[in-house]
Every structure is written in structure tokens, then in C-alpha cells.
Design a binder for this molecule. Sequence first.
Ligand code: HEC
Length: 155
Amino acid sequence: MKHKVIAGVVALLIGGLTAQTFAAEGGGKPEDAIKYRQAVFTAVRWHFGPLAAMAKGTMPYNKEEAIRHADLLAALAKMPEEGFGPGTDKGDTKAKAEIWQNQEKFKNGMMQMEKETAKLAEVARSGDLNALKAQVGVTGKNCSSCHDDFKTKQK
Ligand code: HEC
């Protein structure tokens, strides 16, 4: 009897884990995936903003803060892609249909964001403000070039 209860609990736990894995792979509800990627991009802007401000000189340069923001940004850059699964082209979103018509180019843009933000984290660690400015510029161009191609201005 006791064993059956334990087996039941174990089965439930495994079932729960499987469901979670599916959601993580894009099997969740499309509206949840859209909210997820928008939330990630909101966090991306939150951490990129101070780096851009330090680069422009509108915020005092602080090496430790630059490293912290750049590390979090590099981690976030790995996150949005899985929110663009099938069925997420419609709804409360600014994503253009071109994303699903030109997946290779879109994925390239995502890869570029991972690469450039990883480099930004390295550069932040060097403490070289001029190098940071240059890499903030490269990263910002990556944001706007993908937005130009794949994000509408209005909802
Ligand atoms: C490879 C493409 C791509 C790259 C690179 C990219 N974005 Fe985006 N971004 C998008 C798309 C597509 C959306 C629209 C998502 C939606 O509405 O479902 C978006 C939405 C946003 C939003 C709006 C989120 C909201 O509230 O709905 C912000 C802010 C944002 N991006 C900031 C950035 C910043 C900052 C960078 C660079 C560090 C960046 N993005 C890089 C494609 C990209």
C-alpha cells in the first residue's frame, strides 16, 4: 500500500517534469510564449540601458556595474529565441511574419546577439571604457538591425 502511494507520487513528479520540459521547448501556450519573449526583451533593455548610458557619458562609468549588467545581458541573450515557436506569429505581438518566413536570418540575428553580448561582458571586465563604448555600439546595431527587419513599430 505504502509502496503504491510512493509510486504514485513519483509518477506525478515525473509527469510534472515532463510537462515543464515541453513548455520549455516551445510546447506551452502561444500567448505564454509571446509574454515570455516580451518579458525577456524588457529585461534585455533594462540591462543594456545603463551600459549605453555609460558609453554615452550620461551615466558615470562604474566598472563593477558595467560587468554586472553585461553578464546579465549575456545570459538574457540566450533566452528569447525559444519564445518564437510555431503558432506565436499572431496575438498581442510586434513580431513580423518575416520571422517565420526567413527563420535562418532571424536565428542568425539571435546568434549575433549572443556573440556580441558575450564579447561585451569580456570587454566590461577589461575596464577599458573606449573598448566598452565600441562594443556597446556594435551590440546596439544588432538590436536595431533585427528590429528593422523583424519587429513592427506599432502593435
Ligand atoms: C534577432 C532579433 C532581435 C534582436 C537581436 C533583438 N531584438 Fe528586441 N525584439 C525582437 C522582436 C521580434 C521583438 C517583438 C517581440 C514581440 O512583440 O513578440 C522585440 C522586442 C523588443 C522590446 C519590446 C518588448 C515588449 O515590451 O514587448 C524591447 C525593449 C527590445 N526588443 C529590446 C532589444 C534590445 C535592447 C536588443 C539588443 C541588446 C534587442 N532587443 C535585440 C527582436 C530582436
